[in-house]
Design a protein around this ligand. Structure first.
Ligand code: NAP
Length: 206
């Protein structure tokens, strides 16, 4: 928490936030920005990234960074839970595929991911769902030796560890560190460079 406050204070003091981005918008983005900046570090060109909770605040930022990271030959799959969120996410153009599913339903999530990804598992899953019991849904669609990044605070260590064991999945699981070096610069730059991201993120915050 101390690190987060220092990082935010640094941004405030250097006046990088408030000249062109509203304070509430900037602080909300910095609160969840760790997920997107970790996504940027983890995702590589041509990879397929699945984002659970893709139309929420952290999910939206992750979709944006994932799209940039995987490039034209990669794929971003966003998971949302209703048509309204699907329509909003579709409008952004950040995802190649959008699936509507309950993130607590691991069979449904796996089947939907395989359906839109030519029967293949994904390289990375980023969990941004603000609900418990979504660990197995994050693990099942990921290929062996792929990565699962749990940003959600609802994540249970036991459910993740035992879920992976039960499913026989040799995946690397990462706890969502809320801090990444330069995450303030990266997230504020995202908001500056993409009007669509900024507008939709603002709607989520207001
Ligand atoms: N690791 C860290 O350092 C850190 C820092 C900040 C926040 N977090 C955590 O990150 C998580 C996400 O935060 P956020 O601010 O991005 O939340 P948010 O804006 O509320 O987004 C969460 C999204 O998850 C969706 N969702 C909820 N239940 C679902 C289900 N069963 N199936 C499919 N989608 C579902 C929500 O859909 P609806 O809109 O339809 O409800 C929403 O779009 C929270 O757990 C938060 O505590 C972690």
């Amino acid at each position: 928490m101390k690190l987060y406050k220092n990082e935010t204070n640094r941004a405030v003091e250097s006046k990088r936030i408030y000249n062109d981005i509203e304070e509430t918008l900037a602080l909300a983005a910095l609160d969840v920005g760790g997920a997107a900046t970790q996504t940027r570090k983890l995702a590589k060109k041509k990879e397929t990234v699945l984002i659970l909770g893709a139309a929420g605040k952290s999910g939206l930022l992750c979709c944006y960074e994932a799209k940039k990271a995987v490039g034209q030959d990669g794929k971003v799959i966003g998971l949302v839970r209703n048509k309204k969120s699907k329509d909003i996410l579709k409008y952004t153009g950040f995802c190649n595929e959008i699936i509507v599913a309950d993130a607590k339903n691991s069979n449904q999530v796996l089947n939907e991911v395989l359906r839109v990804n030519d029967g293949k598992e994904v390289d990375i899953c980023i969990n941004c769902v603000n609900a418990e019991s979504t660990e197995v849904s994050s693990i099942l669609p990921v290929r062996d030796e792929g990565i699962v990044y749990f940003f959600s605070m609802e994540t249970s260590f036991a459910k993740a560890a035992l879920g992976a064991k039960g499913a026989g999945k040799d995946v690397t699981m990462i706890i969502g560190n809320g801090y990444t070096k330069k995450h303030d610069d990266i997230i504020l730059e995202d908001l500056r460079e993409c009007d669509t991201l900024r507008t939709i993120f603002k709607n989520l915050v207001d």
